[in-house]
Design a protein. Structure first.
Ligand code: ZN
Length: 326
């Protein structure tokens, strides 16, 4: 078993015929899990350093979502095992856009700037983005999966929120969930450019769906198996409802940027990377508030701001209700 401080990079047998491989991460939760069940390998780690892919029999590789700690080792795992790679259709499109294009850090930086993020935080993003992207070696042209696909007896479930294209794999009450459901950390739910417009709304829907699916056990990308999935989903719904309320309280009559609101909701003492996560998370909550009629968004000379609900008669109700456009 993996223990704190040292991660033993071997496959460990769990219940349900599942083998788990835990790989180290340089930051965040410090580890990520890959699962192997009867020849299907779910996720591949960051791809830095060696992984024991040839010590086991891998017939196919399934990716839960395109974040680096899950997809970064996909090309290496495919090469070592000769196994085909399966990834969500929407997820692969985003994977290519983010890790396969040269200008993604600049586009992301421009987008953060419109949300009030200061120059030094944005410059750090460009630097980090270019340094990091070449190490994310996803597999090119995977077989694409969608809601309703079946892979080796696993039902493919789309669970958007943490990533737009986040997939779950469900079989006999076992859900391989990537980062959809975690414990004790709560999955980051951020709004990013070129993504679905209401990730928190998506996520709350995916949590309700998890409660309805009622899996017996969830195997997450980080942390121990979750045996009270419905209860955990309910806790996460409550967590986001509280954060929606905190975000709403930070709104004023005069427009404030998502960056300014993030200072209030997440505090002022964050480094550049954590600040960007905080702004993206603040934005997913602000956009949910806009859709609930509890906030309004306004565009002003390249800067987007949010206020409390605008009851101005001049605003057509459809625009007000849906918050479409900038
Ligand atoms: Zn992860």
């Amino acid at each position: 078993m993996a223990s704190a401080g040292s991660i033993e990079q071997t496959f460990v047998s769990l219940e349900d015929g599942i083998q788990r491989l835990t790989l180290p991460l340089p930051s965040g939760p410090k580890h990520v899990h890959c699962y192997l069940v009867e020849g299907t390998l779910f996720d591949t780690g960051l791809g830095l350093g060696e992984a024991p892919w040839t010590s086991v029999s891998v017939e196919r590789i399934a990716i839960t979502h395109f974040h680096p700690d899950h997809v970064g080792g996909a090309a290496a795992a495919a090469k070592a095992t000769g196994a085909p790679v399966f990834q969500g259709g929407l997820d692969y499109a985003q994977c290519e856009r983010v890790w396969g294009s040269r200008d993604w850090p600049e586009r992301m930086a421009a987008w953060f700037t419109t949300h009030g993020v200061p120059r030094h935080v944005v410059d750090d993003l460009i630097e980090q983005g270019h340094a990091f992207a070449p190490f994310v070696r996803y597999a090119l042209d995977p077989d694409l999966l969608y809601e309703g696909s079946v892979l080796a007896g696993w039902d493919v479930i789309e669970l958007p929120g943490h990533a737009d294209g986040q997939l779950g794999f469900l079989r006999d009450g076992v859900l391989i969930a990537g980062d959809h459901l975690l414990h004790p950390i709560s999955p980051a739910i951020g709004l990013y450019p070129d993504s679905r417009p209401d990730p928190l709304g998506d996520y709350l829907g995916s949590l309700e769906r998890t409660i309805a699916l009622a899996p017996r056990v969830v195997y997450p990308g980080h942390g121990e198996p979750i045996r009270n999935a419905a209860e955990r989903a309910q806790e996460l719904i409550a967590h986001h409802e509280r954060r929606l309320d905190r975000t709403a309280e930070a709104l004023a009559d005069t427009g404030r940027t998502a960056y300014e609101i993030s200072l209030e909701v997440f505090g002022a003492e964050l480094g550049p990377t954590q600040r960007r996560f905080a702004v993206a998370e603040t934005l997913s909550h602000l956009e949910r508030l806009v859709r609930e009629g509890r906030a309004a968004r306004a565009g002003d000379s390249g800067t987007l701001t949010y206020t409390g609900p605008q009851l101005d008669e001049d605003i057509p109700p459809s625009t007000n209700a849906h918050g479409v456009g900038a």
